[in-house]
Design a protein around this ligand. Structure first.
Ligand SMILES: Cc1cc2nc3c(=O)[nH]c(=O)nc-3n(C[C@H](O)[C@H](O)[C@H](O)COP(=O)(O)OP(=O)(O)OC[C@H]3O[C@@H](n4cnc5c(N)ncnc54)[C@H](O)[C@@H]3O)c2cc1C
Length: 477
């Protein structure tokens, strides 16, 4: 029997949606197997900033999608240095594999997390690579915000634009890859299962040429990787963290992102205060940049003077309240009525977002895309129906969420300690080991916790020592 074309809408042209579309285009048995339309709210040349450290499974997904890893990774960016602003002579932590240890044949993984940061990545290059790898018959429609879905009696689904009108006819399958703020998730889950605010908002800026605008010593410490500075909060009652990170995939591109992590009760407070309502991604609006510059200067007013104006030269900015979804079990207990049989599935951050400090949200998103592509390709030659596809999607939904649960638990446990610790620990008492473990000192009362903290502190110190033998990989100049 001839196979019937499966008409698929992918809502969101971010890493997960594009990876799915690209793999389907490359691995489908023929051009008639899938008819894919991607709806992306942003423009084709949208500004996207830095990416994330892509792990091995996510790299495999991108390779399947036809993207060369080198095209979006920054060479030599796998070095992270942390300093206290009151002692810039010696780092308090180095996240880097000391070369003489690799020469002895020891792997990064054997040395643990302090030795194994991955290369930083440029999100735009990853997204551009995925877009270039799309099959020629895959449609991508930019500046097309999808506001909702309409379920039809024959099992098909319409997608609706901002004004509520149906776009591009009906679809057999709709995949929601629109990220943690998905407007479509409510078709499958109750609002109580939406992503909740973690209490941390990133205020980020882009600096195109740190060499031209930042202090030469800071640029030297930054090198090709990441620099974190710890100093007092403006009220002196807590500890503030300031980060600078290179991410341009082209080695001659000096671009860096700079950010502070602000802890606030209300997810929207900073968005409103800084006038970022309705701004998606990075803005270059001079008035918005000015507000970010002034705000960060105030936030950093406890730091020595030379670090307070690091945001003065930013050329782009964004404000990101960090959110995470509940656990798989909680989410599946909150499904929307009559949604079980829908040929609709959320993937990536639309299904199971985690905050950046989990280090895994994007990696899980790309795994979802690759696994879903494999499944759809397997289903396509069979005599599929809306019900059979929906049944398969429900299985994936559970599996995709479930595999993030362990990391979600670790992140959920760590997040309050991580936020409270920074809030409540005066800089003079700040200990990186407690911050890394995410437990405020007053909660480190059990013997196990104290041992953990002491072991972590010594391990961090040992890594600094190991890295000092080649001057942390920095040039002396
Ligand atoms: C600062 C930072 C650091 C991070 N660090 C890490 C890390 O170290 N490790 C890690 O694994 N992950 C990390 N992440 C997370 C990672 O970036 C995300 O998990 C990943 O981008 C998710 O991909 P996605 O395609 O599912 O969703 P997104 O990247 O959110 O893409 C969603 C896409 O959908 C579009 N869209 C949204 N709404 C609509 C709509 N209604 N209609 C049409 N289009 C829409 C958006 O414009 C966007 O293009 C980090 C994130 C941030 C912000």
């Amino acid at each position: 029997m001839a196979t019937r074309t499966m008409k698929i809408a992918i809502v969101g042209g971010g890493p997960s949606g594009l990876t799915l579309a690209s793999i389907l285009g490359r691995e489908a048995p023929n051009n008639e197997a899938f008819d894919i339309t991607i709806f992306e709210r942003g423009a084709a040349d949208r500004d996207q900033g830095s990416g994330w450290d892509v792990d091995e499974e996510a790299q495999a997904a991108l390779l399947r999608a036809g993207v060369e890893l080198e095209s979006f990774q920054r060479p030599r960016s796998d070095r992270m240095m942390s300093y206290r602003v009151d002692d810039m002579d010696r780092p308090i932590a180095t996240f880097r594999m000391p070369p003489f240890i690799s020469d002895l044949g020891v792997s990064k993984e054997q040395m643990g997390f302090l030795a194994s940061p991955s290369l930083e990545t440029e999100r735009k290059k990853m997204v551009d690579g995925l877009t270039d790898a799309l099959a020629s018959h895959t449609k991508i429609i930019y500046e097309s915000y999808i506001s909702g879905l309409k379920m039809n009696n024959d099992g098909s689904i319409d997608v609706r634009g901002r004004d509520g009108s149906t776009l591009n006819g009906s679809f057999d399958v709709v995949i929601d890859s629109s990220g943690s703020g998905s407007p479509l998730r409510s078709a499958r889950f109750a609002p109580e299962a939406d992503a909740h605010y973690t209490g941390t908002t990133y205020v980020q800026g882009l600096i195109h040429s740190p060499e031209k605008t930042l202090d030469a010593e800071l640029v030297r410490l930054l090198g090709e990787g990441t620099l974190t500075l710890y100093g007092p909060t403006r009220d002196g009652k807590g500890t503030e963290q300031l980060n600078v990170q290179r991410f341009g995939a082209d080695p001659s591109d000096q671009v860096a992102t700079i950010w502070i992590e602000v802890h606030s009760e209300d997810a929207n407070r900073l968005i409103e205060e800084l006038g970022f309502e309705g701004i998606y991604g990075i803005t270059r609006d001079p008035a918005a940049l000015q507000r970010v510059t002034e705000y960060t200067k105030q936030q950093l007013s406890g730091f020595p003077e030379q670090y307070q104006d690091l945001f003065d030269s930013i050329e782009g900015a964004r404000v990101l309240p960090m959110r995470m979804h509940p656990f798989c079990g909680e989410t599946l207990a909150l499904t929307a009525p009559n949604s079980e049989g829908l040929p609709f599935l959320c993937i990536g951050d639309a299904l199971h977002a985690l905050p950046p400090w989990s280090g895994m949200s994007g990696n899980y998103a790309l795994r979802d895309a690759a696994d879903l592509a494999t499944s759809l390709i397997k289903q396509q030659p069979r005599e599929w129906t809306s019900a059979s596809v929906a049944a398969a999607l429900r299985g994936h939904e559970r599996d995709f969420m479930l595999r993030t649960d362990e990391k979600r638990k670790a992140t959920a446990n760590r997040s309050p300690g991580y936020v409270d610790y920074m809030h409540s620990t005066e800089f003079t008492d700040f200990a990186l080991s407690a911050h890394v473990l995410g437990k405020p000192p007053e909660e480190q009362w059990s013997t196990d916790d104290q041992v953990d903290s002491a072991v972590m502190a010594e391990t961090i110190r040992f890594f600094v020592l190991l890295n000092s033998f080649d001057n942390y990989g920095m040039s002396e100049s």
